[in-house]
Design a protein around this ligand. Structure first.
Ligand code: ADP
Ligand code: MG
Length: 568
């Protein structure tokens, strides 16, 4: 029974044109979307060389008849769209009838399929867009598609592919995303026969989140569940004041389609304004369900973007849904720890577990000596510390005015330069914990760990696979306590996973400096402030922290005089 038809010219003309296949990730995305459209309950993705040598996607969906198996490679051949009218409310992921044609033009393909109705399954081999063979085969109901050597016939395009690990990274991120949207489907991923991901079917998004990111994920996320009019927003987003250092952890799904969208991003950011620490971004996995005719999916060749018929309404729907979740949380407990609450001096109070280390980082005999020499130099133009303001700023008197120095950013700059020096000399002192620290990694973090292993090992981080997604931290740089080291490692895996190799080392050192620097809301003793200011002015750039944020605000003497109507 044939289901596929070639779209009439008038309809195919209406479909957003452009390149569908850019890299192995695009192939995986198109094939997985086809499997989902075919109603699969199990999807298995296998790769060799990050998909550059081989991509195989196998499903237990509807399968295809012999006739369809031959037709599906034609341009604009689809079973999902018939007329122009259908374009107004598309409920399937695919509808363009272009993916298999485009993939087949740039690779060698093998299709194996059976719809469970005909006596025999069908095998089709194609090369560079031409049929090589069509055979009877024995095959269970479902479909397997193999794509070999993508762009083998277009060397210029093949050259633009990134390293195996980078290509694998794109694929893992995508699969983690769709797996989250379809908890009722089993997803597995193998790279070079090694299992990177296996998520058996579960009954809820919550359980899927747990399968993908481990048990800690639910501590840092709030549940969102909000209906208004014909819209529904469900999902998870950051529990303040926690957040992430970038936007890579914001996934939006509209009618189960993973999309990039500025309206949704803006609504999320607005909802979190004032709830997160500076330079943190909310983490979010949000599923919007909207009537199909409210969403135009035919705006982008790879279907990564959508257009809302009424984007204002969607903006406010998302904004209110997050605000509601945040307010509910606020009713239960205060969002920010108040300044000074953690004890009035460093090393005292409930945070004793981590604070003594920070204090040590600001003390030590070497630093004490520095403080002495600084005091001796007092009259030679070095800014003189007057005191601390709001437990977060150091106020100092400089030659031409008052300086307000952000204590965290300043310490970050100081430590960053120290760490860079240690790093250049490859002399990271390391610690081995008595009991290894265990932690779970997400599939994307596992890939990042493999990719960045040499860099991390140089800095003293050694993590060993314990089976499944569990890892043990066997050694780490001795500037950290065990728990801190684990947090930093997890943060590094997220942040340096996507960086170009040149910037990874800088990012790593910046993250380590950030973690070990004094925080805002930590009261500082006068000698520590002296030391910090002294050290800051020895660095190569006292004005900017390693993340590029300003460290100092200057109130000019002239400005003070103007304000007080004093003539100098
Ligand atoms: P589209 O998904 O936009 O229809 P594709 O080129 O991706 O276009 O696929 C063409 C057609 O091939 C689909 O409409 C569908 O009928 C059939 N097809 C592709 N993959 C599968 C699959 N895994 N299972 C069943 N049918 C499939
Ligand atoms: Mg498709």
């Amino acid at each position: 029974m044939a289901r596929i038809k070639q779209l009439p010219f008038e309809v195919s003309q209406k479909i957003a044109a452009g390149e569908v296949i850019e890299r192995p990730f695009s192939v995986v995305k198109e094939l997985v979307e086809n499997s989902l459209d075919a109603g699969a309950s199990e999807i298995r993705v296998e790769l060799l060389a990050g998909g550059k040598r081989l991509i195989r996607v196998q499903d237990d969906g509807l399968g295809m008849s012999r006739e369809d198996a031959e037709l599906c490679f034609e341009r604009h051949a689809t079973s999902k769209l018939r007329s122009e009218k259908d374009l107004e409310k598309i409920s399937t992921l695919g509808f363009r009838g272009e993916a298999l044609a485009s993939i087949s033009a740039v690779s060698e393909m093998v299709l194996k399929t059976s719809d469970g109705q005909e006596d025999q399954g069908t095998g089709v081999e194609r090369k560079a867009g031409q049929v090589v063979a069509v055979k009877d085969i024995a095959f269970p109901r479902g479909t397997s598609i193999e794509v070999k050597d993508i762009f083998y016939n277009l060397p210029a395009r093949r050259k633009f592919l990134r390293s195996e690990q980078s290509e694998l990274g794109y694929i893992v991120r995508y699969l983690s995303g769709v797996a989250l949207a379809y908890p009722e489907v089993r997803f597995s991923l193998l790279q070079a026969r090694r299992e990177i991901m296996d998520c058996p079917r579960v009954g809820s998004h919550r359980e899927r989140l747990f399968q993908l990111y481990g048990k800690d994920v639910l501590n840092r996320l709030l549940e969102v569940d909000f209906r208004e009019g014909r819209g529904w927003v469900f999902g998870y987003s950051s529990r303040p004041p926690l957040g992430r250092s970038g936007r890579a952890h914001q996934l939006f799904f509209v009618n189960k389609r993973l999309v990039k969208d500025r309206v949704l991003q803006a609504a999320l950011n607005q909802a979190y304004r004032g709830f997160l620490e500076k330079d943190r971004f909310p983490e979010a996995f949000l599923f919007l369900t909207l009537p199909y005719d409210e969403v135009d999916v035919n705006v982008h060749p790879t279907k990564a973007e959508v257009r809302f018929r009424e984007s204002q309404l969607v903006f406010y729907l998302l904004l209110r849904s997050i605000e509601t979740a945040l307010l509910k949380e606020r009713g239960l407990k205060e969002i920010y720890p108040r300044a000074g609450e953690a004890g009035s001096t460093i090393g005292v109070g409930e945070r004793t577990a981590s604070l003594p280390t920070r204090a040590a980082r600001l003390e030590g005999p070497e630093q004490m000596a520095l403080c002495e020499s600084a005091r001796a130099q007092e009259e030679k133009g070095r800014p003189r510390v007057l005191g601390q303001y709001l437990d977060m700023y150091i106020v100092a008197a400089g030659e031409e005015g008052l300086l307000v120095i952000d204590q965290h950013n300043a310490h970050e700059r100081v430590l960053f330069e120290k760490y860079r020096e240690i790093d250049v000399q490859k002399k990271w002192p390391r610690k081995t914990p008595l009991v290894p620290v265990l932690f779970d990694l997400s599939p994307a973090q596992i890939v990042s760990l493999e990719k960045n292993q040499p860099l991390l090992e140089e800095a003293g981080f050694r993590a060993e696979a314990m089976g499944g997604r569990t890892f043990a931290l066997n050694s780490f740089p001795d500037i950290f306590e065990a728990e801190e080291a684990r947090d930093v490692l997890l943060q590094l895996l997220d942040e340096i996973g996507e960086e170009e190799s040149g910037r990874r080392r800088e990012k790593m050192l910046a993250a380590m400096a950030c973690k070990t620097a004094v925080k805002a809301h930590e009261p500082l003793a006068p000698d520590k402030m002296d030391y910090l200011v002294e050290e800051l002015f020895r660095t190569s750039n006292p004005a900017l922290c390693p993340h590029g944020r300003p460290i100092i605000v200057k109130i000019e003497k002239a400005e003070i005089e103007r304000g007080l109507k004093r003539n100098p």
